[in-house]
Structure formats: structure tokens, C-alpha cells
Design a protein around this ligand. Structure first.
Ligand code: SAM
Ligand code: SF4
Length: 326
């Protein structure tokens, strides 16, 4: 039945679904001035989300990551998890969050069917965390991670965007943290987006720098399982945690692309850095357009390119990752 495949034989069983552009943080690399409300935007409703995920699942999607903006700011967020988890064919429901609401709500999310959680923590130094995210909430976010373990998650993934001069000296502190904690710490290379230029030049560090240090310290790279995404994952016998490196500027990064994205306005994005989105919303208004939805998805995939063009400084239409979910 598997139907979401492109011209390069890449299969897409993984959907990243943004449910809002709104965010309450001001990460320097994403929304340095905070979210600017645009009164005209109306994000996908619960019913639209249900129909959308149903259409993807009917074509083989088995994993959905709910993202944003900050997805947990949606009042109906727990219902969104329930709706996605209840869709036949969906086996994994993940989310990416800034951690702001985790401490209070993570148990409810788990109960609703959330199976995996990624939380962003760019520094373990509370002052640096504040400087990077614009929010003095380091301790709340860390409490949220503890709450996730208490709620029954066996592993938590933590995202840290690597930034020269800000957190690139934090490796030892991060390593000490994951020694006894089952955390997969994922260093993400800073990606250039439409609204950023100088920041990128100033702060971009290659993940290869971290990789070299890890290998020197006895970390070993895990073999990739079938349909694993582009992250390179490392383990070490002395550590409960793992390290993931997400290096979009590395050679062959796109060869293992396994994901499609839908924005909070219902547009399909074939690549984080593509030039356009394919509108799906007209097919989500009622339950009678599932066949048309699947046809549109299939036709759109024909145009998926082999790779992004970030190396040439071409960042596509994405102004910042809050607009499409990272
Ligand atoms: N608000 C949630 C959060 O921050 O986890 C979810 C949305 S956020 C856009 C998803 C991920 O993208 C976060 O881990 C964030 O650090 C990462 N991100 C945002 N802008 C980025 C950039 N320019 N380069 C690399 N990663 C970025
Ligand atoms: Fe908000 Fe996430 Fe962007 Fe930070 S990275 S501003 S938390 S959407």
C-alpha cells in the first residue's frame, strides 16, 4: 500500500505537522523579536488535523511529530494528540516543545497518546539559556524534563542549536548531564533562514567539530536502521545518554530524508527550505475529499528535489523555522 515515495526512491512515513506559528520564546536564531501576531491567520482546526492525518496515514505515514511555533500553546493541544494518536495506522506521536508547559501537562499528553518528546535546551547555564531564548525559564524547563520521566517516558530527546561563542564551549557540561540520564542530546547545526544573515555568519559551527571530539573520546557511531532520518547518533559504554548530530550542511544529509511537512496553515512543504507550499486546506473542509487529498500529495511529491540549496545560501521561502516547524 505504501505510496508516499519520490523520484529518488525516498519513502516518507514521517509527517511533521505544525499546529501554530505562535511562540512565547524569542530564540535568537528563530524569533529574535518574538512572535508578531497577524490577526488574519487561522491555524488548522482539530477536524482539519484529523482529516489531514487520516489522508497521510492512508498512504503509509506511521509517525507524526506535532510542532510549531510552540505547539503546547494551543488550548486544544491535548485533544490534538488524542486525535492524531487515534488515527488508524499512526504508531508514533511525537512533539517538539520549548518545554514551557511540560512540567504541568506532560502527564496528560502521555495519557492522550504522546509516545516521544523533544525539548529544546540550548544551554545548561541558566544565564546563557536566557540570553539565547529570551526567556528566564531554564529551571522550569529542566523540571519539565524530570516530569516527563516521572510520567513514564523512558527517553527524552533534547535539542540544542550549536552556536559559536554562545554554547559551543558547553560540551563537557552537556556530557556530564547525560552520563546518568537517558537523554538523547541532539546538536543541531544553525541553519540559515530568510530573516537571518549576520547571525549565521557569526555563530554557525559545523557539527563535524563535535563529531571529531566525540570520536576522540571513545564515542561510537550507531548504524542507521532502515528509514532512520538524517541524524548521526553516537553512543558510549560509560553513558546512559546518547548524542545525535544534525548536520544539514554535511554531504548526503538529504539522501536519508524521510519526512514531509505541513504548516499550521495547511500547506504541504516538501523541504524545510523549499520555494513554495502546496495548499491542502480546500480538501480538509469535510470528510469527502480523502481521495483528492491523496492524489494531491502523490502529485506534489513528483517535484521533491534531491537536496536543499543551503550551501549556495539559498534558503527558500522559510522566513524562520517557527513558520513551518523546524
Ligand atoms: N518551539 C518548539 C521548540 O523550540 O522546540 C518547536 C518549534 S522549533 C521551530 C523546532 C526546532 O527547530 C527547535 O529545536 C529549534 O531549536 C530548532 N530551530 C529553530 N530555528 C533554527 C535554526 N535557524 N537553525 C537550527 N535549528 C533551529
Ligand atoms: Fe519559539 Fe521554538 Fe522558535 Fe524558540 S525555536 S522561538 S521556542 S518556535
Amino acid at each position: 500500500m505504501f505510496e508516499l515515495q519520490d523520484a529518488f526512491a525516498r519513502k516518507f512515513q514521517y509527517l511533521r505537522l505544525s499546529v501554530t506559528d505562535v511562540c512565547n520564546f524569542k530564540c535568537q536564531y528563530c524569533l529574535p523579536d518574538g512572535y508578531m501576531p497577524d490577526g488574519r491567520k487561522s491555524f488548522l482546526t482539530l477536524d482539519e488535523i484529523r482529516r489531514l492525518v487520516h489522508g497521510f496515514a492512508a498512504m503509509g505515514t506511521s509517525k507524526v511529530r506535532i510542532t510549531g511555533g510552540e505547539p503546547s500553546l494551543r488550548k486544544d493541544f491535548t485533544q490534538i494528540i488524542e486525535t492524531v494518536a487515534a488515527t488508524p495506522g499512526i504508531e508514533k506521536v511525537a512533539m517538539t516543545t520549548n518545554g514551557y508547559r511540560m512540567k504541568k501537562q506532560v502527564a496528560d499528553w502521555r495519557q492522550a497518546g504522546l509516545t516521544a518528546i523533544n525539548v529544546s535546551v540550548d544551554s545548561l547555564d541558566p544565564r546563557m539559556f536566557h540570553q539565547i531564548t529570551g526567556q528566564n525559564r531554564f529551571h522550569e524547563v529542566m523540571d519539565g524534563i524530570d516530569a516527563a520521566f516521572v510520567a513514564g517516558f523512558e527517553q527524552v530527546k533534547v535539542n540544542a542549536v550549536l552556536m559559536r561563542g554562545l554554547n559551543d564551549g558547553d560540551l563537557d557540561r552537556f556530557l556530564a548531564w547525560i552520563k546518568d540520564n537517558p537523554i538523547q542530546l541532539r546538536f543541531i547545526e544553525l541553519m540559515q533562514t530568510g530573516e537571518m544573515d549576520e547571525l549565521f555568519q557569526r555563530h554557525h559551527v559545523r557539527g563535524a567539530v563535535i563529531k571529531a571530539i566525540l570520536l576522540q573520546q571513545g564515542w561510537q557511531q550507531k548504524l542507521k536502521a532502515h528509514n532512520d532520518g538524517p541524524a548521526e547518533v553516537f553512543w558510549h559504554a560509560d553513558y546512559k545518554g546518547e548524542i545525535g548530530l544534525i548536520m544539514p550542511y554535511s554531504k548526503d544529509f538529504c539522501a536519508s530524508c524521510n519526512r514531509l511537512r505541513v504548516s499550521s496553515l495547511g500547506k504541504l512543504h516538501l523541504c524545510l527550505f523549499g520555494d513554495y507550499g502546496v495548499d491542502l486546506r480546500d480538501l480538509l473542509a469535510d470528510d469527502h475529499h480523502q481521495a483528492d487529498l491523496q492524489r494531491r500529495l502523490r502529485e506534489a511529491l513528483v517535484d521533491k528535489k534531491a537536496t536543499h540549496f543551503l550551501h549556495e545560501g539559498i534558503t527558500g521561502m522559510t522566513p524562520h523555522l517557527a513558520s513551518i516547524g523546524g
